[in-house]
Design a protein around this ligand. Structure first.
Ligand code: CTP
Length: 409
């Protein structure tokens, strides 16, 4: 672990010249904690690399560091409450036009409010409206850090895609030794560069993702569907968009996000849409649970009960979208998913051979803790040569990130 000693600050400042930060808009949020003084060095690191830095503080932060210091270092006005309107846009909305929001030091109080959508100061309102990556850098006393509510709140934030740079262990300002010391400015800087790099990783790529269980209509009120929630597809769409891709989500339901959303409830509608876009995109990810069959004859009137105790629905096979688009052998990268309740790896190997896609993401739907309808997943990624990589159990959000990293490596 590298600690920044004052005598090294100047030499580090001189070596921090990442061109990728040139012209980037960095928003720093400071909350009330003694580590606030270290943010002065952090601001200098960003300024040195050509970034534009804006700072928003909670009222308590100004007990630890002055507005004048932050203003002089950032060469920008420092914002501290919602009522200093100098522009036509409310400040918390104007501030969201930044590439990354770094909240450091993040107090237990601010972490708790962030995790519960509370917006009672400018920093929190800004975070609530912020769509780009947010990096939380906690700093607090060890007992506070270990408090289960604080840990639950951090977990909640992690699951929602916030980046957390966990504190170090060492001598704390309160005179004790333990976990809770804010990471050093150079570590915060490096982490933000890493996030921004990954954030741009799919820039210029067009990706089509399918999501949800198809609904095969029987009559105007009934349909055949399955237990897929569409969460994995949405997590892929959000992450691909955040990594810079132009995303089209073809889903069986309406989905909110900064991407194009085309709703195709049935397998046939999904097939038409996916095929029509195939040559326009760099990659298709078939995360949807497509029904293998549909009813042979849709009844335009509601089917009435009869005196018979049984009823027979005749089903016909749906198109296998994944296989059909793989068979077309276009330049588009094709990724399939594979839901299995037994013999996961053997079945997945057979499936990638049968479908002919470039990668197959296999998950075990027999487990209650992962897969269908769960917020977590554990998957195996297979490629055409049958190489297998396991992604250990994690939130669907993190699994989505790692899948995108693996397939576009
Ligand atoms: N898939 C598809 N069209 C279908 C059925 C499945 O495009 N008619 C795609 C899914 O989107 C997924 C992959 O094929 O990416 C595997 O789906 P899965 O349900 O695991 O397998 P099936 O092909 O349906 O085979 P089986 O039900 O026998 O396991």
């Amino acid at each position: 672990m590298l600690y920044l000693k004052p005598e090294f600050v100047t030499s580090i400042l001189l070596s921090y010249n990442d061109t990728m930060l040139k012209g980037k808009n960095i928003l720093i949020g400071i909350t009330g904690g003694i580590a606030a003084y270290k943010i002065c060095t952090l601001i200098r690191l960003y300024k040195k690399s050509g970034a534009n830095v804006r700072v928003v503080v909670t009222p308590n932060a100004l007990n630890f560091v002055t507005k004048l210091t932050l203003q002089s270092l950032s060469q920008n006005e420092v914002f501290s409450d919602c009522f200093e309107i100098n522009d036509y846009k409310p400040e918390h909305i104007a501030l969201t036009e930044s590439d990354i929001f770094i909240i450091a030091p993040a107090s237990a109080n601010t972490i708790g409010k962030l995790a519960n959508g509370i917006c009672d100061n400018l920093l929190l309102s800004t975070a609530c409206a912020f769509k780009k990556p947010i990096l939380i850098v906690p700093a607090m006393n060890t007992n506070m850090w270990e408090n289960p509510f604080v840990q639950d709140n951090l977990e909640k934030l992690k699951n929602c895609g916030f980046h957390i740079l966990e504190p170090d262990s060492g001598f704390l300002a309160c005179g004790t030794n333990g976990t809770g010391r804010m990471r050093e400015p150079d570590e915060i800087y490096d982490k933000s560069v890493e996030i921004l790099t990954k954030n741009n990783f799919l820039s210029g790529k067009k990706i089509l993702i399918t999501a949800g269980g198809t609904k095969e209509k029987i009559d105007p009120v009934r349909y055949i569907t399955n237990a897929s929630s569409g969460k994995m597809g949405i997590a892929l769409a959000r992450n691909a968009q955040q990594m810079g891709a132009e995303v089209t989500l073809v889903s069986t339901f309406n989905a909110d996000g900064d991407f194009e959303n085309i709703v195709t409830p049935t397998a046939q509608e999904m097939e038409t849409t996916v095929k029509s876009k195939l040559n326009e995109v760099d990659c298709v990810i078939m995360a949807a649970a497509v029904s293998d069959f549909r009813v042979k004859e849709y009844s335009s009137q509601k089917i009435k009960k009869t005196s018979s105790d049984t009823m027979t629905l005749e089903l016909v096979k749906n198109p296998d979208i994944l296989k059909e688009i793989s068979d077309l052998k276009t330049n588009t990268k094709i990724i399939g998913f594979c839901a299995e309740s037994e013999n996961l790896i053997e079945n997945a190997k057979e499936k990638i051979k049968a479908k002919g896609c470039d990668f197959l993401i296999a998950n075990d739907i027999s487990r209650k803790d992962i897969g269908f309808n769960s917020d977590e997943n554990e998957v195996y990624i297979l490629d055409k040569a049958l190489n297998i990589k396991k992604l250990d159990k994690d939130t669907k959000n993190n699994i989505a990130k790692r899948i995108l990293e693996e397939i576009f490596e």
